[in-house]
Design a protein around this ligand. Sequence first.
Ligand code: PNW
Length: 469
Amino acid sequence: MLQFPIDFVWGSATSSHQIEGGATEDGRAWSIWDAHTHTPGRTNNNETADVACDHYHRYREDVQLMANLGLKAYRFSISWSRIQPDGQGAINPKGIEFYNNLIDELLKHNITPWITLYHWDLPLALQTEKDGWLNPEIADSFAQYAGICFENFGDRVKHWITLNEPWVVAILGHGEGVFAPGRISKSEPYLVAHQLLRAHGKAVQCYREHYQPEQQGQIGISNNGDWREPSSEKQADKDAATRSLEFFLGWFADPIYLGDYPQVMKDRVGERLPKFTEEDINLIKGSSDFFGLNHYTTLYASDVDPNADVQNEVYGNGGIFEDQYVQLTADPEWKMTTMNWAIVPWGCRKLIEWISERYGNPPLYITENGCSLDDQIENGEVNDTVRKEFIESYLAACHKAIKNGANLKGYFVWSFMDNFEWALGYSKRFGIHFVDYGTLERTPKNSALWYKQVIQNRGFEFSQPDSKI
Ligand code: PNW
């Protein structure tokens, strides 16, 4: 039996835009994602999240399903434009009311709320009128919005995540243009990342100065990181793997834990990489009470000759990735999810250990990990064995990392239910609950029923070979 610590946090996660619906209800204004999905050609079948899982109206039922699982913690995000329709100024009382109700419902069932303040749904007005994350002023707008949330919810909410995956906002939103706001550039990702870090820092400063002393909560950030394994024993490939990790996770975590961008980024990005002022660094360094990690997959990394064309089969050629000169490949033996993400649990362990070592063993939470499959429902049952095995093996990898000394304190399955998977619309199912998009009926998948046992027993009998972890 792999037994987890008594205080290990067993959770599951969602985000506002992916589940809520009610896109224009009760005073909510559009976010950049509403504008993006309503632009033809941006999403699978032009699908939008106008209704999504209709969680806005069904949150009570959803919290009941969480309670049925014995879930200890639920991570969700707040839609900024529900709270502040214009992203600045006036507060929408109906927005405050919705999240108050959700929080109270969770607490009634002894489920600890973990709130993400920003999961990519920037109020549209901040984009169209202010240039969104490109504008240095956004750090103050974000901190003001964060303050409104601390003020209204902080009496009951003790776990805060400022930003979800700033890498995705920078790279997919401003580098490759596949996510909102759909911009393509080789310099904007670095500018946007810089403002995201400053915004995070200012929100944390607001919490620490005005709320934390009394409310006694914790605040951090969730970065996404996949593992990079050197494709060979060659030093150049080992360096390529490290460089890939530094451009991915180090980009955001180094400023927070070490006080600056990785040296390799300064060397290779040059003038396009902004510099921190002393004031910025005072805000950003040490600005996380815990390390939030969203982890999904692993790839092999090989060095690429800077004079050669970058043939990168995963991310496509060149573009923003050219700064790294790393070729990423999957092992043909690896099983894939329907996202085409390889299932490699030992990569999860290696990444946790890399983080623990590089950043001085911070308290760490896996704030997302999960698996998309083509689930089918038959007679009310969803037999998602691959997902159960996925979660089992990644949890086993987590267990091993803890045994090896990592300070891993919790795990959140992505996702609590099937939902709107961004540009891919409803075509990818990550949930441990099945959502029928015709009736919006929810059904626990077999993976959810298994997870319930794991939570109850604080562990499980690992049914797979140890070589996997
Ligand atoms: C994360 N990539 O997104 C998000 O936090 C979730 O909202 C999302 O549903 C989940 O993972 C599954 O995709 C990512 O292309 C989306 O590297 C894309 C990438 C990474 C993370």
